[in-house]
Design a protein around this ligand. Structure first.
Ligand SMILES: Cc1cc2nc3c(=O)[nH]c(=O)nc-3n(C[C@H](O)[C@H](O)[C@H](O)COP(=O)(O)OP(=O)(O)OC[C@H]3O[C@@H](n4cnc5c(N)ncnc54)[C@H](O)[C@@H]3O)c2cc1C
Length: 204
């Protein structure tokens, strides 16, 4: 999208938990219509004075409870059947260009920030056919050990199936994956040693 790179960290964010606080008393736009978008929009109302959700469809893909919660929140406005086409401003973001998909009408909408929640793609294509993943390309792991469904392969961080993508969750999973991998190697060595005949047996 035009201007997205220029305003990353200068008004454009992808994480309400991380950056919501920076928009206290300000007006923000949330892009998306899934659970993340609606839940994050509601959480942003703790800080922002007004949250406008821009969504391309006339309905939301989120669970009904999330839609109801967002609709009941007086700080949230909705601009449906619309997409953001550009981000504009000076040093920081000041407005977005929004196009209505039915009428093609374009408006310049003033805002202090935009939170984008239209999904992300983990870089796991190269593992296709080798490691079990869901339809979004997120790796399936046992949360107790971080082991994938492939023996001896462990995964951690944003590439796995999980709800909260944060540095702290990634680091915690990384620790569990590393310890599990070390334990796996120890077990393999022990099993190999057990399988080898004892030296005395060979010499006899
Ligand atoms: C804009 C933005 C702001 C954020 N702000 C915060 C914040 O304030 N606080 C917070 O807690 N979280 C924040 N997050 C989330 C946080 O960055 C992630 O949850 C965290 O970095 C995940 O760590 P990771 O190691 O799984 O993935 P990453 O940090 O993405 O690291 C993955 C690494 O793997 C490398 N890689 C990818 N593919 C391959 C390959 N095929 N071979 C080898 N290497 C490869 C990449 O180059 C990269 O170095 C933010 C995320 C974004 C996008």
């Amino acid at each position: 999208m035009e201007g997205e790179t220029a305003f990353k960290g200068k008004g454009i964010s992808y994480c309400a938990t991380c950056d919501g606080d920076f928009f206290t008393g300000k007006e923000v736009v949330v892009v998306g219509g899934g659970n993340s978008a609606l839940e994050e929009a509601v959480s942003l109302t703790k800080y922002a004075s007004k949250v406008t959700i821009v969504h391309q469809f006339d309905h939301f893909q989120a669970f009904p409870y999330a839609v109801e919660e967002a609709r009941a929140n007086e700080k949230i406005r909705f601009i449906m059947r619309s997409v953001i086409e550009g981000f504009h401003g000076g040093e920081n973001l000041e407005s977005v260009r929004i196009r209505n998909l039915d009428t093609d009408a374009v408006i310049e909408y003033p805002t202090d920030g935009v939170f984008i929640f239209i999904g992300y793609l983990p870089n796991t294509n190269f593992l296709e056919g080798q490691i079990a993943m869901n339809d979004k390309g997120e790796i399936l792991v046992d949360p107790a050990t971080m082991e994938t469904r492939t023996d001896g392969v462990f995964a951690a961080g944003d590439c796995i199936v999980k709800k909260y993508r944060q540095v702290t969750t990634a680091v915690g999973e990384g620790t569990v994956a590393a310890l599990s991998a070390a334990e796996y190697i120890r077990q393999q060595q022990t099993e190999r040693e057990r399988a080898l005949p004892a030296l005395e047996e060979v010499e006899q």
